[in-house]
Design a protein around this ligand. Structure first.
Ligand code: ZN
Length: 419
């Protein structure tokens, strides 16, 4: 989070129209030719389609559409029998001249991308498998539209979760071991009995996050993430920690949950540090994902989401909160970690400000697992800025976090483990 109050720009909202005609005229689609200007007067160059990035899985896809500048757009989902399609109309005369749509992987949930010229700009049509849920988000810097399509989840391998997720005498470990041997082999990268904790050190590379004097958020959260990985290896060998980055590199917000999904994570935690104008404000905050907001979380999400106006995404994200399946588990993890930290961080006099709050953090959207965003302290508070540079403090944070995760895993059957 950065220290400044976000400037409130008058962003006009993208015009979002739902329910267009069910039969979409798609015969005119495929490649376009140059738009011919109909006047001789000098005009600003039309916005162009610059990039389409695909993050493909066999049951979902995230599509990032990036024009050369912000444009008005509308979109809709058109239901078919076994297949659905979504179109997005980019307006303001946007042209896709010379743009070649990316190739779709053979086993992708996305079947095809087609581009077509429209009177007002360019239509992108995405043919997908059967869509169960979708999200549309608008992100800034650079301005882009992120669309998630999610189909029915593919059943995970039956023996995937074999750890002690259930308290009680239900089965002895040996019996469980025996049962696993007869089951289908898990994917090679997923070790048996392991709980995959995906830790996302916020920011990185060209994005330092909060900066105070010589301290940068991106460095502190990376050091903490590495500490979590190191302590897990010793203290909780059945928790496998995966980092979204383990060096100083830039990863777009929309790619981070994708990394977690590709590792089939069981919990996704994005780590940040906070700042505030009043230097006496200090403490730790844990957030799960939801779309309720108050003035404070509004400001926080604007900063962490790198956007200037929350309205520009609240209206779109409400199409569906795909993460609702995991909200209960996310809250359990947040509470457990928050309570642990009350103990492990007590010697450092750290206050746990809140673990009950939800907020709409882009980085968590699309994660198909419980997910949290944690602000581990305020760089604007001199005491916290100092202790956040100490190994002992990072170890206390890491230990509390991991012990809490292990505890939740022992006491609860998580949604991801249910058939
Ligand atoms: Zn941050």
């Amino acid at each position: 989070m950065r220290a400044v109050m976000p400037t409130l720009l008058c962003l006009f909202l993208p015009l979002l129209l739902i329910a267009e005609e069910a039969a979409l005229p798609i015969g005119d689609i495929i490649k376009t030719k140059a738009l011919v200007p109909d006047t001789d007067e000098p005009k600003k160059a039309a916005p162009r389609l610059e990039d389409i990035t695909l993050y493909e899985m066999n049951d979902s896809v995230r599509v990032v559409v990036r024009p050369s500048e912000k444009v008005d757009f509308k979109y809709d989902l058109l239901a078919g029998n076994a297949k659905d399609r979504i179109y997005i109309d980019l307006k303001n005369g946007l042209t896709a001249d010379g743009f070649t749509a990316p190739t779709v992987a053979a086993d992708s949930f996305l079947k095809a991308i087609r581009l077509g010229k429209r009177e007002e700009g360019t239509r992108i049509v995405l043919d997908t498998g059967k869509v169960e849920k979708y999200n549309v988000m608008v992100m800034d810097d650079p301005w882009r539209v992120v669309i998630d399509y999610i189909g029915a989840r593919q059943a995970p391998p039956a023996e995937k979760k074999s750890g002690p997720a259930v308290a009680g005498p239900e089965k002895k470990p040996e019996e469980k071991q025996a049962a696993q041997k007869t089951a289908v082999a898990p994917p090679p990268e997923k070790k048996e009995k392991h709980f995959i904790l995906v830790v996302d050190p916020g920011h990185g590379g060209k994005d330092p996050g909060a900066v105070r004097k010589n301290l940068q958020e991106k460095d502190i959260v990376l050091a903490l993430a590495k500490t979590v990985r190191r302590i897990a290896a010793k203290r909780h060998p059945d928790i496998e920690v995966v980092l979204t980055r383990d060096d100083d590199r830039f990863i777009p917000l929309e790619e981070r949950a994708i990394i977690a999904n590709r590792h089939d994570g069981d919990l996704f935690i994005s780590i940040h540090t906070n700042t505030y104008k009043a230097s006496e404000i200090a403490g730790v905050e844990l957030y799960h994902l939801n779309n309720r907001s108050d003035e404070y979380t509004d400001k926080l999400t604007r900063v962490e989401n790198q956007i200037t106006n929350t309205n520009s995404f609240l209206n779109t994200i409400l199409v569906d909160m795909t993460m609702s399946l995991y909200i209960g588990d996310s809250q359990k993890f947040a509470e457990s970690i928050g309570k642990r930290w009350q103990d492990t961080l007590a010697p450092f006099e750290t206050k746990i400000r809140d673990w009950r709050k939800g907020a709409l953090f882009f980085v968590l959207v699309g994660a198909r697992m419980p997910s949290l965003l944690v602000e581990v302290g305020f760089l604007s508070n001199p005491r916290e800025a100092k202790i956040l540079q100490k190994d002992k403090y990072l170890e206390a944070l890491a230990t509390g976090l991991l012990d809490a995760v292990a505890e939740v895993r022992k006491k609860h059957i998580l949604a991801k483990d249910r058939p």
